[in-house]
Design a protein around this ligand. Structure first.
Ligand SMILES: Cc1cc2nc3c(=O)[nH]c(=O)nc-3n(C[C@H](O)[C@H](O)[C@H](O)COP(=O)(O)OP(=O)(O)OC[C@H]3O[C@@H](n4cnc5c(N)ncnc54)[C@H](O)[C@@H]3O)c2cc1C
Ligand code: FES
Length: 514
């Protein structure tokens, strides 16, 4: 390194630090040469791994050590400290590792270790039980994570991913956030490049809508009439936006948002439009409002509830979110609905009218269960699965927005629409397709971004009888716990990432103890 090159901050771990500088369960960020390294201690064991999360480069030193894993503060990715493996989404790539030497009372980080070789080859008895092929219906969060995990686990038979989308699996949450706001480039949106699929022999077929399934003969039919047989099938068809029947709507100005194409269409409309109307104060609706404000459009939000997001997050957070948007110039029309559209004018239930060049409807989604229903699988506003994400039909699994599974934390059968849950379910379903019998017990987690404020939410509470607030949500440094009969069901935080991780770890431990 040249003398003028910028050294990363923190101690030079190559020259060593005192063992007393790093307590049990603690982490220390330093550097080796120009690389930022995280030194972590668990009991007498010491680990050195890359300090930046491989998802969006979150600072792992601000995360949490749980057992022999480190959790990322931003979106809760989980890495093995021993191997660097990204054991739980949303990160997929491993962390680099370094050899650690403990001499007398000092710890030295030595040479970088070769990237973890592929996992040990599975035993022949295990391979013998593997399906002859895997077909994944869906090219979204769950489908992608499942395909990646099948290959990571050494599955070497055909994997085909059939996606109705015209674009490869993409970072869907970004479509309402930075990409829509114009602060993320299009090249960041695909989860992986075409090379990734090629290298892993994942046969990704786009514009490949499945129209029927035949569980008895283990076969699917595509829209072009072709058929494909499978050894095991993963259904990961996600959800479709709910459509509003608005008499008089001019379809050229009305948008829904699910795909990259949808986001592009909104961006194109925003380039010439001045006034946007967002129907629905949902997470997606409000993120769209924020992004369109970033593009300097006038934004009005019409929604029937008294407070945005109150049903999910309670009144206090609902008010915080509302104030945030109002401060940025969003105008709310709450306790109101749009009754009809006349050209570019929306009539509201109060009789008021609003002119708009662009309308985005974000009033919720419906799980895409039509295939499963037609094939006779058990459904209940979602595809019913057991704790291993297996559906009622042998060899067919379900993951993501369509799956309703027995959640050990809430002790209910739940279906959620969270990116990370979908990815983690895809990972678990993949391992169960390979015969692992792994219970899906990850604590649900989601995040939502409004301007520079990120709300993190762990757990699942559809109803609660008490809340406990800590810190100040209004000052964007707080935490709310949602309780039912004294039992914490969910925790929402703003800028308290460690509290969010700690809440997740506590929920995991509670379930592990039974
Ligand atoms: C704009 C936007 C922003 C979001 N932001 C967040 C966020 O901040 N945080 C969060 O936790 N969640 C967020 N979500 C929700 C999150 O994206 C979903 O929960 C997640 O994508 C669900 O993953 P999935 O794999 O179940 O479905 P999807 O990712 O929707 O993938 C479904 C796939 O199935 C395909 N498909 C459907 N039917 C068929 C068929 N018959 N044949 C073949 N293919 C089919 C589709 O084309 C698609 O490829 C957001 C969603 C959107 C739309
Ligand atoms: S940046 Fe680490 S999980 Fe997203």
């Amino acid at each position: 390194m040249s003398e003028n090159a910028k050294q990363p901050s923190g101690p030079d771990l190559a020259t060593g630090v005192a063992i007393t500088d790093i307590a049990d369960g603690a982490m220390l960020q330093g550097h080796v040469g120009e690389e930022v390294v995280l030194l972590a201690r668990r009991g007498d064991e010491l680990f050195a791994v890359g300090a930046a999360c491989t998802h969006y480069h979150g600072p792992l030193a601000e995360g949490l050590i749980v057992g022999d894993t480190v959790r990322c503060p931003w979106h809760h990715a989980c890495f093995s400290l021993r191997t660097g493996e990204a054991v739980r989404a949303p990160a997929f790539d491993p962390l680099p590792r370094w050899r650690v030497q403990h001499e007398n009372d000092r710890v030295f980080v030595r040479e970088k270790q070769a990237a973890s070789a592929a996992k040990p080859a599975p035993a022949e008895s295990e391979r013998a039980a593997w399906p002859a092929s895997v077909v994944i219906v869906g090219g979204g969060a769950a489908g992608f994570a499942a395909a990646e995990m099948l290959r990571r686990e050494g599955y070497d038979r055909p994997v085909t991913m059939l996606s109705a989308d015209d674009a490869p699996p993409c970072d869907r949450p970004n479509l309402s956030k930075d990409y829509l706001a114009g602060t993320a480039q299009e090249s960041w949106i695909p989860l992986k490049s075409p090379k990734f699929y090629e290298k892993r022999a994942i046969d990704l077929r786009l514009n490949a809508r499945v129209t029927a399934m035949d569980p008895r003969n283990r076969r699917v039919t595509l829209a072009d009439g072709s058929t494909l047989e499978y050894g095991a099938l993963l259904l990961a068809t996600g959800a479709d936006p709910l459509r509003l029947n608005l008499p008089g709507a001019d379809p050229s100005i009305v948008h829904y948002l699910r795909t990259l194409g949808d986001s592009k269409a909104i961006i194109a409309a925003a380039a010439t439009g001045k006034r946007a109307l967002v129907i629905g104060a949902s997470f997606i609706g409000l993120e769209v409002a924020a992004s369109l404000r970033h593009r300097k459009l006038d934004v009005h939000v019409v929604a029937p509830e008294a407070r945005p997001l109150e049903r999910v997050m309670g009144p206090e957070l609902g008010d915080v979110v509302r104030r945030l948007h109002e401060k940025q110039g969003v105008v709310f029309h709450l306790n109101e609905t749009v009754t009809k559209l006349e050209g570019r004018t929306a009539r509201l239930s109060s009789g008021a009218s609003l002119a708009a060049d662009l309308i985005v409807i974000g009033v919720g989604v419906r799980p895409a269960t039509a295939l499963a229903e037609a094939a006779g699988l058990a459904t209940d506003n979602g595809i019913t699965t057991d704790q291993y994400l297996q559906t009622s039909a042998p060899g067919i699994f379900a993951a993501g927005d369509i799956a309703r599974w027995p959640d050990p934390h809430s002790r209910e059968h739940i279906r959620v629409e969270h990116w990370i849950v979908a990815e983690r379910q895809g990972q678990t379903a993949a391992r169960n397709i390979l015969g692992r019998r792994e219970r899906y017990d990850a604590v649900p987690f989601f995040w939502s971004q409004h301007y520079d404020i990120v709300i993190s939410y762990v757990g699942h509470a559809t109803r609660w009888d008490a809340t406990k607030a800590e810190g100040s949500l209004a000052d964007h440094d707080g935490k709310v716990t949602f309780l039912q009969a004294g039992r914490p069901l969910a925790v929402a935080t703003i800028f308290r990432d460690r509290d969010s991780l700690a809440a997740e770890a506590e929920m995991e431990q509670r379930v592990a103890k039974g």
